[in-house]
Design a protein around this ligand. Structure first.
Ligand code: NAP
Length: 515
């Protein structure tokens, strides 16, 4: 039997009392490790984090906590090779895709270490200026932001076991709030290993960082009013979280990052052969294949002017045809596996569903797997679909197929394009491609209300931009509507979720002691 890896709760490494769930190599089908959280005393573990971890973190200044994030960066960097090894075996990702998760995590943590250092030796933040409350200026109101005295519970998705942990933990720990992370079962190993390395290095005070690998049972029940929960995953599970008594009755603050049917939009001025057209083609092919399309921010719908539909279909298909798919250990492979058999089945099912309203422009099934047995490996080639009647293709606007799948859709004019993009009901990101700054700016503003991020690619930034799907810590991540309504990152904005705002009404003499 493979190793049963431990949970870290109440300041102790603890095994679950059950036999555990096996984590599987999605390419070779072999068992890697097992995880289990049966029988853990969650109430005691949450209380330990809340009381001991929280008090110890709050006793430190932002600068001191930022220094701890910086120390954690060093530990993670020193163990990078081990993380890549785990990602290859457990997530089936090629090196470049593992980097998005692992190096993305380290970069994000490092960014918060720098941002936190600039906050200095304070223990709370002022929110805006003091405002007088009457004619006499002596009595005023000053808003303050103080860390919440609870735990931050993270329930994470399978596709970013490294980044998903640290993009949330960095602002929480910097705020002075202890973290309990429950990674998705399928890829929990990498999260557990990173927590283990940081815990073993003794960087954070006891109770500041805990990891629970296994079933989610009982986690939400353990939450109390000043705790917060941040969930990333499917819309179905998000609905369970939102309706749980902890949220619905105890009013635990909740952040939801759910699924999203993101768009790429070629502006009317960008004809085939233009730089903007080529940039769209390149970005779409990249987004469809990075992490085998298992990215919440991946492009799912591609909107082009009617006259450019055939040229776009051809150009994107030609790029996809060159993608080598299979065993990530083979140097020639550009795209590895989906995470497990269930995900493979779900992608196939999703494709069948979309094909009722779309035709196949490039068929992923034509890709021969490199160094991988199709009967075992969870690998699938990239598929481009197309629907000439974009209005009628409601499945394309409604369905997120979490794999290397996107659909090309033609539009008549800008108003039509915007209406079609909005049929995603709120997304994490839309990217725009064109060369006229005024129309790009205007279109970005048109889409800003329904997108957490609008990524504008014009020829002048063709080589510089950070990528449609890459989440940068400086920018907001999250989206309104069906994307979950959450907000993460965005630089120091992320700290807001972990702080409570209060208005202190007092004489200016009292208020002067706060600044
Ligand atoms: P999922 O099945 O909803 O699982 C997400 C997490 O919720 C896992 O840790 C899971 O644990 C846990 N969970 C399941 N049932 C639960 C319950 N009743 N109570 C509490 N927790 C529960 O999602 P997934 O398949 O891992 O992730 C894929 C989805 O995530 C996609 O739809 C993708 O778009 C979305 N996603 C969104 C973002 C974003 O930032 N917006 C980022 C990444 C992914 P187990 O694994 O143990 O079941």
């Amino acid at each position: 039997m493979t190793e049963l890896i431990s949970n870290f709760l109440a300041g102790q490494w603890q095994h679950g009392s059950g036999a555990g769930t096996a984590l599987i190599d999605p390419v070779l089908g072999t068992e890697l490790v097992r995880i289990d959280a049966t029988g853990l005393d969650l109430a005691a573990g949450f209380a330990f984090a809340r009381n001991q971890g929280g008090a110890a973190l709050r006793a430190l200044s932002y600068r001191e906590r930022a220094a701890m994030l910086g120390a954690a960066v060093k530990v993670l960097q020193a163990n990078r090779d081990a993380y890549y090894e785990i990602a290859t075996t457990n997530s089936g990702t090629v090196k470049n895709d593992s980097a998005v998760d692992i190096d993305g995590a380290i970069f994000t943590l490092g960014t918060y270490a720098k941002l936190g250092d600039a906050l200095g030796d304070r223990h709370f933040m002022l929110d805006g200026e003091a405002a007088r409350l009457g004619k006499d200026p002596l009595f005023q109101s000053q808003h303050v932001l103080v860390p919440t005295r609870g735990v931050a519970l993270f329930i994470n998705a399978f596709n970013f076991p490294a980044w998903g942990l640290w993009e949330k933990a960095a602002p929480a720990l910097l705020s002075g709030v202890p973290v309990i992370v429950k990674p998705a079962t399928t890829t929990a190993w990498l999260t557990q290993r990173m927590v283990k390395d940081v815990v073993d290095a003794g960087i954070f005070p006891p109770g500041a960082l805990s990891v629970i690998c296994g079933s989610s049972a009982g986690l939400m029940d353990a939450l109390q009013p000043f705790d917060v929960v941040s969930f990333t995953g499917s819309a179905e599970t998000a609905a369970v979280i939102r309706s749980h008594p902890a949220v619905a009755q105890r009013f635990v603050r909740v952040n939801i990052e759910a699924d999203s049917v993101n768009s790429a939009l070629l502006l009317p001025d960008a004809a085939p052969g233009s730089e903007a057209f080529d940039l769209l083609v390149k970005e779409v092919a990249r987004e469809m294949t990075v992490k085998s399309g298992q990215k919440c921010t991946a492009i799912r719908r591609i909107f082009v002017p009617e006259a450019s539909y055939d040229a776009a279909a051809q150009a994107i298909s030609a790029r996809l045809a060159k993608t080598t798919v299979g065993n990530p250990r083979n140097e020639s492979v550009r795209m590895g596996a989906l995470v497990n058999r269930a995900q493979l089945a779900s992608v196939r099912e999703g494709l069948d569903h979309l094909k009722q309203q779309a035709q196949t422009l490039h068929d992923g099934a034509t890709h021969t797997l490199v160094d991988a047995d199709p009967a075992v490996a969870c690998c699938v080639g990239p598929t481009l679909l197309g629907a000439r009647d974009a209005d009628a293709a409601d499945r394309v606007h409604d369905t997120e197929v979490f794999g290397p799948v996107a659909t090309l859709l033609p539009y008549r004019d800008t108003a039509h394009a915007l209406a079609l993009v909005r049929r995603g009901q709120g997304s994490l990101v839309a990217s725009l491609y064109g060369s006229d700054p005024a129309s790009l700016g205007a279109t970005a503003l048109e889409l800003a209300d329904s997108h957490g991020r609008v990524h504008v690619i014009s020829p002048d930034v063709g080589q510089l931009h950070t990528g449609h799907g890459n989440v940068m810590p400086q920018s907001l991540h999250g989206g309104p509507g069906r994307a979950g309504g959450g907000e993460e990152l965005g630089g120091l904005r992320a700290l807001g979720f972990y702080h409570r705002r209060s208005a202190v009404q007092a004489s200016t003499t009292v208020l002067s002691t706060l600044s």
